[in-house]
Write a protein that binds this ligand. Structure first.
Ligand code: PLP
Length: 377
């Protein structure tokens, strides 16, 4: 066989796969590790959603190929949610694409927006899966610095402007754990207009905002739909991460491109999953609020142990490691896995991310170990 094609060789190391492998390797001496590294929701969806999945799976007619572009009722359900919760009007026929999880969308959006030689801008720090799409699209990478002194707002004034095909943004932010700073989305629309680029907004943690904040969709910004899309995920709001379901919504031309790519690469999403997602989106929403409150409670607990940490949403805390202490030392010396900041972009060095998507017991144990390591350091 020939050597791997360049496009595969350009792929970065898969950050979370490598992190998990390091945690598994560190347990080979039989000593357990407390893992606060990964953001994998620890509780599943509400019972009525699981029942809807089981009911549909028990119907023999539900097992054939689903419609390529998703059930119309599911596209209507997400449009209804955008209307009622985020104040955004979407045409379910042309402004909603159904995708198997937003991780898929993250990669596919680079493929449908950039040509070889274009530049894609990522926020710095960024979610570690973002560089993969630009690598496959053979696009160059640039950064929009997020400014810690302005609530991690994107600093578009210092961002590259040549040949920019797309700008990825993500609020509530993983890893910075902040809600969208005032004016950030408006400035993004201006930048996209000025550079002829598209905005890709990752809204994976949209519903997980604390202290009475309202979820804030990028698409509610005037002009947003003319230049961009948003990705909505079922994983975090409903604890459906393993189900693999998400949406690309907004600009009709970008939605059409995603659908076109998927017409060639996939055949929709298993119909029972789509039916259960309709139940999740249109049924009682108490579980979303309960989940948000649970993470807020855990955030409060982390603040007792690590005062001064900012966490306005998501289920992460992003913090500065004291000089001399590394994530590797936490793992090998203190049996505590955190996500090392280096994988989150050029500005990530010296920082780490811990996850609140663990049981209360695991969080307590992890915080004890972290407090000990900080006291010793
Ligand atoms: C910022 C961000 N975007 C997207 C994803 C992927 O979500 P999905 O399960 O929809 O693929 C994650 C998962 O952790 C995430 O943190």
């Amino acid at each position: 066989m020939r050597a791997r094609p360049d496009r595969l060789q350009r792929l970065p190391e898969q950050y979370f796969g490598a992190l998990l492998a390091r945690v598994v390797a560190a347990t080979s001496d039989g000593q357990p590790i407390v893992d606060l590294g990964r953001g994998n929701p620890e509780t599943g969806p509400p019972q009525h959603v699981i029942d809807a999945l089981a009911d549909a799976a028990n119907r023999h007619t539900a097992h054939g190929y689903p419609p390529f572009r998703g059930l119309p009722e599911l596209r209507e359900a997400i449009a209804q949610r955008y209307r009622e919760v985020y104040g955004v009007e979407l045409d379910p026929g042309s402004e909603v694409a159904v995708i198997p999880g937003t991780k898929t969308g993250i990669v596919e959006l680079s493929l449908v927006l950039a040509d070889d030689g274009d530049t894609i801008l990522l926020p710095d720090p960024y979610y570690p899966d973002y560089p993969s799409g630009p690598a496959l699209a053979e696009a160059g990478l640039g950064y929009v610095r997020l400014d810690p002194d302005r609530g991690w707002a994107p600093d578009f004034d210092s961002a590259p402007t040549d040949n920019v095909a797309a700008v990825y943004l993500n609020y509530p932010s993983n890893p910075c754990a902040v809600a969208a700073p005032a004016g950030a989305f408006e400035r993004a629309v201006e930048f996209a207009r000025a550079t002829g680029s598209a905005i890709v907004h990752d809204f994976a943690y949209g519903d997980l905002v604390f202290d009475g904040r309202e979820p804030q969709s990028f698409l509610a910004t005037p002009g947003a739909k003319e230049i961009g899309i948003e990705m909505f995920s079922m994983s975090k709001s409903y604890g459906m991460a393993g189900w693999r379901l998400g949406f690309v919504v907004g600009n009709a031309e970008i939605v059409e491109r995603i659908n076109l790519l998927n017409d060639h690469c996939r055949v929709g999403v298993f119909r029972p999953i789509q039916e259960a997602a309709i139940a999740a989106l249109t049924g009682p929403q108490d579980s979303v609020a309960e989940r948000r409150d649970m993470y807020q409670r855990r955030r409060d607990r982390v603040r007792e142990a690590l005062p001064h940490t900012v966490c306005e949403g998501t289920f992460y805390v992003w913090f500065e490691l004291p000089p001399g202490l590394t994530a590797e030392q936490l793992l090998t010396g203190h049996r505590l896995a955190v996500a090392p900041g280096e994988g989150f972009g050029p500005s990530g060095a010296g920082r780490a991310r811990i996850s609140l998507a663990v049981t209360d017991e695991t969080l307590e144990l992890g915080l004890e170990r972290l407090a000990r390591a900080l006291a010793e350091g």
